[in-house]
Design a protein. Structure first.
Length: 326
């Protein structure tokens, strides 16, 4: 699939460099290569975008790809793709639709409005959600709650790490999400795995997405608290990425690997607990343990205490040192 010209072009590139390969055929997408940390992102932009929009899209992709790098200090896969198509949908949301394809390479397909500015695109949460899906080598089907929960948790963390959300806003968004999940009582009493398996038919998105996000919040906070900050979800997932990024794993395989690589008895046990849960599990105790008070539905962050110190590390992330080198 790769062209020899492209391979030559990339062989001499070592750090953050982008290159554009104009298509010989004007009806083909334009191809742009971003290189970072010895890893490659290929960006395919539809020729249907008006002239001038390509630069906006590339500027936005550069920004969100840097956000994804805030988890491991590098992109999850050695090689991955983003493709962008125009949509005629309303301009109120610059990215009305997107999806992740688990093919030979991971590919994220975005549909954007045709005149959005880079800033408008950067502020849309959709791209952080979609890119966060790439943090695990998921096979693309089964246990949707787990994959969607991961994306729902990290979409907020990524936005906070690049400065689009303050720490307070990030926790407010997580709180609001858990509350939306809790208020979706249509499936109360029904196990999460069964609501999740029928998601497209039953529309139980809030229950499924936010029960999943609870899984990752619970795992992240337990890792940090039990290790005094030495372990974290970022680091646990990075180990999985370094061993298995090229594979396609089921969720039971992922949680077994996470336990084994991090020498913990956490991910599988929690997976079984949450898959069988009949409502969004309670989150008040987790928030309290991280120095977060809820008063009249508003999040208040404590400044001092061990919970506050661990909580702040979530927003800082492990990859800030590499970010400054960009
Ligand atoms: Zn998703």
């Amino acid at each position: 699939m790769r062209r020899p010209l492209l391979a030559l072009l990339l062989a001499c590139v070592v750090s953050h460099v982008s290159a554009t390969v104009d298509p010989a055929d004007e009806s083909a997408p334009s191809r742009h290569i971003l290189q970072q940390d010895g890893r490659q992102l290929e960006v395919l932009i539809s020729p249907q975008f008006p002239a001038g929009m390509r630069e906006n899209l590339l500027q936005w992709v550069d920004y969100i790809a840097a956000a994804l790098r805030q988890v491991y200090g590098h992109w999850p896969a050695q090689s991955w793709q983003i493709s962008i198509e125009p949509t005629a949908a309303s301009a109120s949301d610059p990215i009305p639709w997107a999806q992740v394809h688990r093919e030979d390479l991971d590919r994220v397909e975005f549909f954007t409005t045709v005149q959005a500015s880079p800033e408008e695109l950067q502020r849309a949460w959709t791209s952080y959600h979609e890119l966060a899906h790439l943090l695990i080598p998921y096979r693309g089907w089964g246990d949707a709650w787990f994959s969607e929960g991961l994306a729902s948790y990290y979409q907020n963390i990524l936005q906070a790490r690049v400065g689009l959300l303050s720490e307070q806003q990030m926790w407010q968004k997580l709180y609001d999400g858990f509350e939306r999940g809790r208020r979706d009582t249509r499936f109360e009493g029904q196990a999460l795995h069964s609501v999740s398996d029928d998601l497209r038919k039953n529309g139980g998105f809030m229950r499924v997405y936010w029960s999943g996000a609870w899984y990752f919040l619970a795992a992240d906070t337990r890792l940090r608290q039990q290790s005094g900050g030495k372990l974290s979800l970022d680091k646990a997932l990075e180990k999985l990425s370094l061993c298995c990024a090229g594979q396609r794993l089921s969720v039971p395989e992922i949680v077994t690997q996470l336990d084994s690589m991090n020498r913990v008895l956490l991910f599988h046990r929690l997976y079984e607990e949450v898959a069988a849960s009949t409502t969004v599990p309670p989150f008040d105790a987790i928030f309290a343990s991280m120095g977060i008070d809820i008063i009249d539905g508003k999040v208040h962050l404590q400044e001092a205490g061990p919970g506050a110190a661990l909580r702040r590390q979530i927003v800082v992330g492990p990859a800030s040192r590499q970010a400054s080198a960009r």
